[in-house]
Each structure stands twice: as C-alpha cells, then as structure tokens.
Ligand binder design. Structure first.
Ligand SMILES: [Zn+2]
Length: 74
C-alpha cells in the first residue's frame, strides 16, 4: 500500500514563486501536481516544506478543479 505524500508547498528561492501541491496516489503530473523546476524562472532547486492545513485544503480544491477541467497548462 503506497504511502500518500503530505501536501507540500514548493517555493522558488530565486523569484519567490510558490505553490502548494497535493500529490494524489502515486501519480505525479509535472506542471499540475508536482514541479521539479520553477515555471516562472526555470530554477531547478525548489524549496519544499510541509503545507499548512489551510493552504493544503485550498490546493486540494484548486487541483481537483484544474484536473477536472483538463485545461492545458497556460
Ligand atoms: Zn523561480
């Protein structure tokens, strides 16, 4: 049984971009539920920290909505 990853806030130390992601099951979608590089400046060493309760809740709702819409990522 896979262990779900906790909601995580990714932030870019270079430009200040940040996003809270909620990894669902074992599927990490680059650009949706996971980022390995900053989408704003391309910096590849993003800081990770455990998301707070409220921001993880908001991220969960936003993410569900985005995936439901299945829009291409800008
Ligand atoms: Zn950045």
């Amino acid at each position: 049984m896979p262990i779900p990853m906790p909601p995580t806030t990714l932030s870019c130390p270079k430009c200040g971009w940040s996003k809270t992601v909620v990894p669902q099951s074992d599927v990490l979608l680059e650009g949706h539920t996971w980022f390995t590089v900053c989408p704003e400046c391309g910096h590849s060493k993003l800081d990770r920290k455990k998301a707070s309760g409220l921001s993880s809740f908001i991220a969960n709702v936003q993410q569900s909505f985005e995936l439901w819409q299945k829009k291409p990522n800008r």
